[in-house]
Ligand binder design. Structure first.
Ligand code: SF4
Length: 469
């Protein structure tokens, strides 16, 4: 057990009656200490790496965001296994994350002592080449108010669900090296989706009774002070928002900073807020992002889970399948088993998205399906609630159901879990088998068909949205 975990002592003076539920663990506040690109040289365990490896990290983190905290360094990474350790791969920049030509360009400028403006220009060009907003999300999912004004910081792609990106939540306690929302973190306002306008969110929800689910996301909304979260969520308890039945909060704080839920006053306030929402009849779901069972394997992580579950909120677990971190059925089986043991609901296995460092992290679709299948075979029915492997593509969430031979042709069997048109959902369709394909846009329809059954309709929706953008 590390020194940090030993230092976590139970509180003696918590007003138990106010902090539901009784009987769960309380911890003393632990200071949050974070490192970014500027601080790479101050991360003590990195001294064991060669100077070349440390230089590579500097180059890659000039382009892609980097942020890690002391809890991740001390509690989650096994430094004796670096660089292969999965949590090290999950949080620290790796040379392979940039294409060789991009890497060489930025490394050359840094080595040659290029001035700030020149370096920034090159970095900006490389970022724009990395598909910063996949699935047309900047153009196709942005809703508008009753006057046609585009509402920044919201997305409304599927009928029932609105996504809200609060400005104060557009960072995370650490960054994932494969993050598909990396463009939110690079300080470029043009690449950012966010809003601090609670009033715009509430007006929009008021005008859309078809919306049953609000997903507050980021970044990580759990980096926000509870009072800000409360400003967005508490008004939803008024009767005019009865149609918003479910409040989902997307977060990786249970992995990166479980102390967010333990110890400090603001944590107690958060627990009270969740309890209040549940008691008022809302379904509250913490959409917890996990990639590896090691993330669940600390005392603080498990105490935070117990505390959240004590409020009546549900924790659903989801995350992408990524090379170098979890492309192994044994890792997924162990992750899902541990999730069920701790009372979490396994929800999704995603396919790594077509953005950022995808070349380093992507796994062929056929391999993703094999890993999913082999992992499923090792777990009981309660862990088989995880859907996948699923691609969050522009037309919708497309699941790879399997590989089959039909009428002499080897095909992928696919289906929409979610679609821009709800009528597409659950309709199987078929793609020509391709053992190298890693994303939907690399697949072609099977049986000599010229297009997908949904293609014309999707293109019409797309044109419509792009014209209005
Ligand atoms: S927690 Fe989510 S938003 Fe934050 S860096 Fe990781 S993948 Fe990106």
């Amino acid at each position: 057990m590390s020194a940090q975990v030993q230092a976590l002592q139970p509180h003696h003076i918590q007003p138990l009656a106010q902090i539901p539920p009784a009987g769960v663990d309380f911890f003393d506040p632990v200071p949050f200490k974070v490192y970014t690109q500027r601080d790479l040289d101050r991360i003590a365990p990195l001294a064991r790496l060669s100077s070349e490896q440390r230089f590579e990290m500097k180059v890659v983190s000039s382009v892609l965001p980097f942020r890690v905290n002391q809890y991740v360094i001390d509690e989650l990474i096994d430094w004796s296994k670096v660089p292969d350790d999965p949590i090290f791969q999950l949080t620290f920049p790796q040379r392979g994350m940039l294409a060789p030509e991009h890497y060489e360009r930025i490394a050359g400028l840094i080595r040659g002592g290029a001035d700030k403006a020149e370096l920034e220009r090159a970095v900006g060009e490389v970022r724009h080449a990395l598909n910063p907003h996949p699935a047309d999300q900047m153009e196709m999912n942005m809703p508008r108010d009753e006057h046609g004004k585009r509402l920044e910081g919201m997305q409304h792609k599927y009928r029932e669900t609105v996504l809200f990106f609060p400005t104060q939540g557009q960072t995370c306690h650490s960054y994932c090296s494969f993050c598909f929302r990396w463009a939110q973190f690079v300080g470029d306002k043009e690449l950012r989706i966010c809003s601090s306008e609670a009033i715009e969110l509430h007006n929009y929800l008021r005008r859309h009774p078809e919306v049953t689910d609000l997903l507050v996301t980021g970044g990580d909304p759990m980096v926000m002070k509870t009072r800000h979260l409360r400003d967005f969520l508490e008004p939803l308890l008024q009767p005019e928002f009865d149609h918003v039945q479910t409040i989902r909060i997307g977060s990786k704080a249970l992995t990166f900073w479980p102390h967010r839920f333990l110890g400090a006053d603001d944590a107690d306030d958060l627990i009270r807020l969740l309890t209040q929402l549940v008691e008022a009849g809302k379904h509250v779901a913490l959409m917890a992002h996990y990639n590896h069972w090691k993330e669940l394997d600390t005392e603080a992580a498990q105490a935070a889970i117990r505390r959240i579950r004590g409020t009546g909120a549900v924790i659903r677990a989801q995350g992408p399948l990524v090379a170098h971190i979890n492309d192994d059925p044994a890792v997924w089986a162990k992750l899902w088993k541990l999730e069920v043991k701790l009372g979490l609901v396994p929800y999704y296995m995603f396919v790594e998205r077509d953005t950022g460092a995808r070349n380093y992290f992507e796994v062929p679709l056929v391999r993703a399906w094999e890993i999913y299948r082999e992992a499923m075979q090792q777990v009981s029915g309660l862990a088989r609630t995880a859907r996948g492997p699923s691609m969050s593509a522009s037309p919708g969430k497309v699941e790879i159901q399997g590989v089959a031979e039909i009428a002499g042709e080897k095909v992928f069997v696919l289906r929409f879990i979610q679609g821009r048109n709800p009528d597409w959902v659950q309709r199987p369709f078929f793609a020509k088998f391709d053992d190298k394909a890693t994303w939907l846009d690399q697949l072609v329809p099977a049986f000599g068909e010229e297009k997908w059954f949904w293609q014309d309709e999707y293109e019409a929706i797309r044109e419509d949205r792009l014209a209005a953008a």
